[in-house]
Design a protein. Structure first.
Length: 215
């Protein structure tokens, strides 16, 4: 960890960008769920762009301490309110990552066409949002509970696997957390890098190239 002044400033930009993109991500879940017939998130006050409504206290503290691991407050969804529970639950989950890629594309447009006219501080913040939003979108597409990808996965499974799939959603979180902890705190020290981080960086480079090319 870099505790120099420049390092702390960079980390401050990272925190602000993460709060911004996480808020956008969670609000997208809430909006699509409400549009598809589930008012749960709206009733809980999550249909909002107020960051306070989407931040998890413990997850935020853990991120500030570790600078690598953290989480937001999951948007409450009741699939029983959907007309087509499996499909609509998957679409609600997909809304988060899609919102992140759209946000990144919008930031890329500003960066490409207005970057030279912006103050360096604002440009750096826009660039940070661009990269963080891509990472958040990619991360949530992995098919492990409680990530969005695990719910999107249900859309492609035959009905005969739905019971096992529900069990997977209920019990898979602890295994995913264990995998992340082993990767970050053990494998990284043994082999010199995080396998999960390597995959994330590789996918980030591909997505960012595509988005920048699209501008």
């Amino acid at each position: 960890m870099d505790f120099s002044l420049d390092g702390l400033i960079q980390f401050g930009y990272l925190v602000l960008a993460l709060v911004f993109t996480l808020t956008f991500h969670e609000a997208a879940h809430a909006f699509v769920a409400y549009y598809l017939g589930d008012p749960t998130a709206k009733l809980k006050g999550r249909l909002s762009l107020n960051p306070i409504r989407h931040l998890d206290l413990v997850g935020s503290i853990v991120f500030l301490v570790t600078r690598s691991i953290g989480w937001g407050k999951p948007v409450p969804v009741n699939p029983n309110n959907f007309k087509y529970p499996i499909r609509d639950n998957a679409l609600t989950a997909l809304a988060g990552p899609v919102s992140n890629f759209l946000l990144s594309f919008f930031m890329a447009l500003i960066w490409r066409y207005f970057g030279e006219y912006l103050h360096q501080t604002l440009l750096l913040f826009i660039q940070m949002i661009f990269h963080v939003s891509i990472f958040l979108g990619i991360f949530n597409l992995f098919p492990f509970p409680p990530l969005d990808g695990s719910k999107i996965l249900g859309l492609f499974l035959p009905s005969r696997f739905h019971l096992k799939y529900e069990r997977f959603l209920q019990s898979g979180t602890k295994y995913f957390i264990a995998i992340i902890l082993i990767d970050v705190f053990i494998l990284e020290r043994l082999i010199g890098f995080s396998v999960f981080g390597f995959v994330m960086s590789y996918l980030h480079d591909i997505v960012s190239s595509v988005l920048l090319l699209g501008t």
